[in-house]
Design a protein around this ligand. Structure first.
Ligand code: ZN
Ligand code: ZN
Length: 135
């Protein structure tokens, strides 16, 4: 019954990723532990890798950040990352139906994903910077 043994961690990990969009493995591990106190860190890593491989979970890794996971898959949405605090938010494709998939020159590749990361300051950080620079 190997299948049954992997099912509970799988469901718990999926639930954790759903509850914490763009969470890193530590956050997901902590959330899974609440549901399954006996789960090992390695088991959570393995389940995350398996779920990513079958496309139930999407893995993103902005430069300078650890890997983050989310359950919003298959819509080729993009991300905006705060340079100051590292918070990540979803951004829908800039214009309509994933036009960024149409590369100006695809070099013969069959393109199925475009990974765009916008960098800037989140509302909280830009507010605190603005108030700090005020005399
Ligand atoms: Zn921020
Ligand atoms: Zn996302």
């Amino acid at each position: 019954m190997a299948n049954l043994r992997v099912t509970r961690p799988r469901i718990a990990v999926l639930e954790a990723v759903r509850a914490h969009p763009h969470a890193d493995t530590e956050t997901i591990f902590g959330a899974v532990r609440v549901a399954l106190p006996d789960v090992s860190r390695q088991a959570v890593y393995d389940v995350l890798a398996a779920l990513t491989a079958v496309g139930l979970v999407r893995r993103i890794q902005p430069s300078g950040s650890v890997a983050r996971y989310e359950v919003r898959v298959g819509d080729n949405h993009h991300h905006v990352v705060c340079r100051s605090c590292g918070v990540i938010a979803d951004i829908d494709c800039a214009v309509g139906e994933a036009p960024c998939l149409t590369a100006s020159d695809d070099n013969g590749f069959s393109v199925d994903e475009a990974e765009v990361i916008y960098w800037g300051l989140c509302p909280d950080c830009s507010t605190s910077q603005a108030s700090r620079s005020r005399p």
